[in-house]
Write a protein that binds this ligand. Structure first.
Ligand SMILES: Cc1cc2nc3c(=O)[nH]c(=O)nc-3n(C[C@H](O)[C@H](O)[C@H](O)COP(=O)(O)O)c2cc1C
Length: 359
């Protein structure tokens, strides 16, 4: 079995280790143009300098209306790509791979940003919000109702993902992650609890998965040999909803369609359900998908300790781990974990060598 600090190769990219940074929205583009600046350079750059094998930039809108809030990052124009290239080039200079999560928030779009205002829920059009879209007209509880996408609208979403993916690779990103989790647009199509369509995008599992599979194929066509990851919520934690079995089946189909690796999270599509939250609470879901679909996966969710992360990889429960909140607390988690596990790294930043433990 590989160990946490062993390299991992997916297609054209070799990751120096299996300690990866999960995508995390920063709601920091105060100019509302989706163009990243110094915050993202420092925030993502610190985690690359901190030894992570892969840093995945946050859920990034493939179009203006795809953003969760108007302070989200974007990748639908050249100015955004140019700004990202500065961040990517710093991540690379630190020896980490750079990924970007391509996202469409669907019915969970056009909300107030999470932390810079007291206001919550749908941002009205008069304040800069926009009409949201989804699989159906069912609203996310507490938010304004979306419009159901028609065939032309669905084609545009697929084209937007493909154009965004191409632009991201041109900006230097090594890989693309499709956001199919947390109740955002692709998840809204996947789950029977948010998809009431009666056309070829609704009803059967094959139909609900059609949007995702079209996006995977469209991206594969424009990305050559770059790895494509898919982040799934493996379950809605609700009767009659999306679940592990459907996730594993669709992961298998997505793999055949050109996706390489699966990042397994959970929840986010419905309210009023109990979400587990203990240490490693989603690892078993990643293992399930890995075993059932015979695909490579990462585990995420309350992975906070070096030994815990090492055990997950060494026991074959996942091929890599992703960390979110622990990376916010300690962007140098990977360096610290290596020390705690007694692993010698040859990629300590030279500037920080005098800070090594025990030196
Ligand atoms: C500040 C913050 C922003 C997040 N934004 C995203 C996001 O953009 N895309 C996504 O898929 N998950 C997002 N998440 C979820 C994380 O990627 C991760 O799956 C979750 O926090 C559980 O892992 P953790 O316990 O290591 O934090 C976010 C989490 C946090 C804390």
């Amino acid at each position: 079995m590989p160990q946490l600090f062993d390299p991992l190769t997916i297609r054209s990219v070799t990751f120096r280790n299996r300690v990866w940074v999960a995508p995390m929205c920063q709601y920091s583009i105060s100019a509302k143009d989706g163009v990243v600046g110094d915050w993202h350079l420092v925030h993502l750059g610190a985690m690359a300098a901190g030894g992570a094998g892969l840093v995945i930039a946050e859920a990034t809108g493939v179009s203006p209306e795809a953003r969760i809030s108007d302070e989200d990052t974007g990748i639908w124009n050249d100015a955004q790509a140019h700004a990202w290239s500065r961040v990517v080039s710093f991540i690379h200079s630190q020896g980490a791979a750079a990924g970007i999560q391509l996202a469409h928030a669907g019915r969970k779009a056009s909300v107030y940003p999470e932390w810079s205002t007291e206001l919550k829920g749908t941002m009205p059009v008069a304040e800069g919000g926009w009409q949201t879209v989804s699989a159906s007209t069912l609203p996310f509880p507490g938010y304004d109702p979306p419009i159901a996408l028609d065939a032309t609208g669905i084609d545009k979403v697929v084209a937007d993902f493909a154009a965004a993916g191409r632009r991201a690779l041109d900006a230097g990103f090594d890989l693309l992650e499709i956001h199919a989790a947390h109740g955002y647009l692709v998840h809204q199509f996947l789950s029977p609890l948010s998809n009431e369509r009666t056309d070829e995008y609704g009803g059967s599992l094959e139909n609900r998965a059609r949007l995702l599979l079209r996006i995977v194929r469209a991206l594969r066509e424009v990305t050559g040999d770059a790895p494509i990851l898919v982040r799934f919520s493996a379950t809605d934690y609700a009767e009659g909803g999306w679940d592990e079995e459907q996730t594993a089946t669709v992961a298998g189909w997505a793999h055949e369609a050109g996706a390489d690796f699966f990042d397994i999270s959970s929840g986010g599509n419905v309210t009023g359900v109990t979400l587990p939250s203990g240490a490693g609470y989603q690892v078993h879901l990643a293992t399930y998908v890995r075993e059932q679909a015979d695909v490579a996966v990462s585990a995420v969710g309350r992975i906070t300790e070096a030994q815990q992360a090492a055990d997950i990889v060494a026991s074959g429960r996942a091929d890599a781990v992703m960390l979110g909140r622990e990376m916010l607390r300690d962007p140098h988690f990977a360096l610290r974990a290596a020390h705690e596990l007694g692993v010698e790294l040859d990629y300590w930043p030279g500037q920080y060598l005098r800070g090594r433990w025990g030196k």
